[in-house]
Design a protein around this ligand. Structure first.
Ligand code: TAP
Length: 507
């Protein structure tokens, strides 16, 4: 089969002639495949112009509405209700009624059937969900289609299976639901985070009030439609949209028994302070500054793919992104060269294009944060390389960027950029790698690349990170627990461990 080269669109990579090149033979413009635009169709997606609150199984109006836009075009997608404290109160009361009258009384096997139905409906609507996720959040369609949506369905399938087996999850101990769960989620994996939160809560017999992020409410609202379509009893799942004030009203509501929060460490700390002295249960999934450690004996091409997918796919909007590369000094130059070559082939642009690798930054505010941190990296003396691609005129964009010559004192080595920005540091011994990897307030995830299994396990047991990937990166599965140490939070989501935060366990 022959492939014809076609003219590039604005959204595709167009290196500038003055682009800084790595030393030695490097990829030149045109060396990489050029792809014709391949946009995913949008015509099967019927967004409403206005979304109310989903409370007590019905769509209820709010006093105020706010627009949700596409970060890749700044086009308004819909208006979304802003829940006031009174709306939150109504949602919590509905969840309480549903808990006491229906959900906690239902046979666990019946609860499981509802959760299976949600999972199957997500699969049936997967195209619509993927397109809306990419439209509202800016992530490439291949990410939302191949990662977010299928793993969301998998979470519901997995926890549906636990609903009538809780006695086996904690043998010899009684396990009872807690009541009403108040759940607040961020904008980077809107549907997946909703699935991570709702599926175990329902399986354990709790009811839910969930607040999605202000910039990405749409897939949570489609999930509310799914709850309606599968005839989930009213009040079992309630979705209240809004900004930080809505989240704050939810977590501090006295009728909430359990708070599950995923978001920034700063807001997590505030919530922990607000809940101190109450009997509410709390789990926090917060920020990260993961070390991706590459040894000289690793399969370097494979490692480079892992580094790229760990930081540039989904624009680095991943809490466990491998944003600090620790590379053994002897292969530093080679790894950096391979990395720069690979970066030259990344396609930045239209999130709905099936060939896009790097989509839009989620919001102007996030883009400003990334720019500020990158400017600090340059001021502090690190050497920057950004892929010389032409970025679309509208929307929020940032080129994949790496910094070399970084030390632990640099802000780019310590602070979460939550964008496509990689800081590269070196090490000489495994002990130095451990020391540098653990030298952070965070402890969410890490990666190790080596040919030696014993070294991998030796290192993994010494890294203070909730998840450690070996010769791979950013792999998720509903059966695996996920969560952090230190300022990355506490509590686990996923797997059997993900049931415990939603249960009162005797003994
Ligand atoms: P945040 O600003 O903390 O927002 C997270 C959620 O909390 C949003 O729904 C937000 O609403 C809401 N919120 C804001 N202020 C609140 C308050 N005072 N009380 C209650 N809720 C409040 O984080 P973000 O910028 O959306 O997300 C990025 C952060 O999340 C990063 O630090 C990332 O590492 C972390 N994250 C962690 C994980 C895990 S599993 N550890 C996963 C994904 C993301 P608004 O959106 O309307 O402000």
């Amino acid at each position: 089969m022959t492939m014809q080269k076609t003219p590039r669109t604005k959204a595709q990579i167009t290196p500038r002639p003055d682009a800084a090149r790595p030393a030695g033979p490097a990829l030149e413009f045109g060396d990489a495949w050029t792809y014709a635009p391949a946009p995913e169709a949008r015509d099967h997606v019927k967004l409403k112009s206005r979304y109310d609150l989903f409370v007590d199984g019905r769509w209820q109006p709010a006093k105020k509405y706010f627009p949700t836009i596409s970060p890749s075009t700044e086009e308004k997608l819909a208006e979304v209700a802003e829940a006031s404290p009174e709306d939150v109160d109504r949602a919590v009361s509905a969840a309480r009624r549903a808990y006491e009258r229906v959900w906690s009384k239902m046979k666990p096997g019946e609860r499981g059937k509802y959760i299976y139905r949600i999972a199957r409906r997500i699969q049936e609507k997967s195209r619509e969900l993927a397109v809306v996720e990419s439209l509202d959040g800016g992530k490439p369609i291949k990410e939302s289609r191949d990662v977010d949506v299928p793993i969301s369905a998998a979470h519901f399938f997995y926890y549906a299976g636990w609903a009538d087996k809780l006695a086996y999850a904690f043998p010899g101990a009684g396990a009872r639901p807690l009541g009403v769960a108040g759940q607040v989620i961020p904008w980077n994996f809107p549907l997946l985070m909703a699935a991570w939160k709702i599926a175990p809560a329902l399986a354990c017999g709790n009811t839910v009030v969930l607040k999605p992020a202000e910039t990405t409410p749409l897939t949570a609202l489609l999930l509310a439609q799914i709850c309606e379509e599968i005839d989930l009893p009213p009040g079992v799942v309630n979705i209240v949209t809004g900004a930080g004030a809505t989240g704050s009203a939810l977590v501090s509501h006295p009728g909430v028994d359990k708070v599950a929060f995923t978001g920034s460490t700063a807001v997590g700390k505030r919530i922990q302070q607000a809940l101190a002295g109450t009997s509410k249960r709390l789990t926090l999934e917060l920020g990260g500054k993961a070390a991706n450690i590459v040894f000289a004996d690793a399969a370097l091409d494979q490692a480079v793919e892992g580094i790229i997918s760990g930081i540039f796919f989904n624009q680095g909007h991943v809490c466990c992104a491998g944003s600090r590369l620790l590379v053994e000094e002897s292969v530093h130059d080679l790894v950096v060269k391979k990395l720069r070559d690979r970066m030259m082939t990344l396609r930045v642009g239209d999130p709905l294009d099936k060939n896009t690798d790097v989509g839009a930054i989620n919001s102007r505010m996030q883009l400003d944060k990334i720019k500020e941190l990158v400017a600090a990296g340059e001021r502090e003396g690190a050497e920057r390389f950004s892929t010389p691609c032409a970025l679309p005129q509208k929307g929020f964009w940032f080129s994949p960027t790496i910094f070399t010559g970084v030390t632990l004192s640099h802000r780019i080595a310590r602070e979460e950029s939550f964008g496509p920005v990689l800081s590269i540091l070196t090490f000489r011994t495994p002990e130095e790698a451990i020391e540098k990897a653990n030298n952070t307030f965070y402890g969410l995830s890490a990666g190790i690349w080596t040919d030696k299994g014993a070294k991998l396990f030796w290192l993994a047991s010494r890294l203070k990170a909730g998840v450690v990937w070996g010769n791979t990166y950013n792999k998720f599965d509903p059966t695996s627990p996920f969560g952090g140490y230190k300022e990355s939070g506490f509590g686990r989501e996923g797997g059997r461990a993900g049931l415990a935060p939603y249960l009162e366990i005797d003994g």
